[in-house]
Design a protein around this ligand. Structure first.
Ligand code: GTP
Ligand code: MG
Length: 168
């Protein structure tokens, strides 16, 4: 079975762990417990092929540590996660994206997906679909609006990323 390493990156509290746990365990992580580093494993079927994903859920608080550099170096695919309810977390993705591109220098077609979280919190929303689409298009990266709480678009994110990793 093919196996890929996925690195989940983004600012603190945006919902990286909730996204990962929804995908891996199909449950919702209600209580906020800042991550240091967690690794998960799940199989996914893409176009009839079973693929093993090693998913590394990183600490938002330590975006620019040497540790993240190690993860990015060994990673095959990257989820750039921000919260639709916190505009600053979308701007944070610019630095994270630059960091990934820098560490993976010279590698074309890096598998990346942008993930907007907490879509269910309509009243707290700060990022419009239009603004997200504009940024993602300018970067040439696919994006999804998701809710780990409601299980919206979670499978789609991992399907898209895995397809990209397979295609390389
Ligand atoms: P760090 O590990 O500190 O980097 O944070 P994180 O990005 O892993 O955030 P985490 O997944 O722990 O989620 C933070 C808080 O947001 C938790 O209380 C989650 O329950 C909540 N949350 C995450 N995703 C969603 C969502 O889709 N909808 C709602 N309503 N809340 C969410
Ligand atoms: Mg976390």
């Amino acid at each position: 079975m093919r196996e890929y390493e996925v690195v989940v990156l983004g600012a603190g509290g945006v919902g990286k762990s909730a996204l990962t746990v929804r995908f891996v365990n199909d449950s919702f992580l209600e209580h906020y417990n800042p991550t240091i580093e967690e690794q998960y494993r799940r199989e996914i079927a893409v176009d009839g092929e079973h693929i093993a994903l090693e998913i590394l859920d990183t600490a938002g608080a330590e975006q620019f540590t040497a540790l993240n550099e190690v993860y990015i170096t060994s990673g095959h695919g990257f989820l750039l996660v921000f919260s639709l309810t916190h505009e600053a977390s979308l701007h944070d993705l610019d630095n994270i994206r630059q960091q990934v591109l820098h560490i993976k220098q010279g590698e074309p077609d890096l598998p990346i997906v942008i993930v907007g979280t907490k879509m269910d919190l309509y009243n707290e929303r700060e990022v419009t679909s239009g603004a997200l689409q504009e940024l993602a298009t300018s970067w040439g990266i696919p994006f999804y609006e998701t809710s780990a709480k409601r299980n919206w678009n979670i499978q789609e994110v991992f399907q898209d990323l895995t397809k990209q990793m397979k295609a390389r």
